[in-house]
Write a protein that binds this ligand. Structure first.
Ligand code: CA
Ligand code: CA
Length: 67
């Protein structure tokens, strides 16, 4: 995935457009991809990328998640 695609995906998940992905936005994003089954687990895994522990994923953290 290149930088442009990453940014597009980030913007798509960041539905309120504040430049940060919250747990709720993440859950909605996974749901949209049809990952209902292990939703809580997937969100928990994704939030491990929250290295500064502010409870949201900024673009840098999001990038490390998809690397
Ligand atoms: Ca947001
Ligand atoms: Ca963070």
């Amino acid at each position: 995935m290149n930088e442009v695609e990453l940014r597009a995906l980030f913007d798509q998940i960041d539905t309120d457009g504040d430049g940060r992905i919250s747990v709720v936005e993440l859950a909605e994003g996974f749901k949209a991809e049809g990952a209902q089954e292990h939703l809580a687990e997937e969100v928990e895994k994704a939030m491990k990328a929250d290295v500064n522990h502010d409870g949201v994923l900024d673009f840098e953290e999001f990038r490390t998640l998809l690397k």
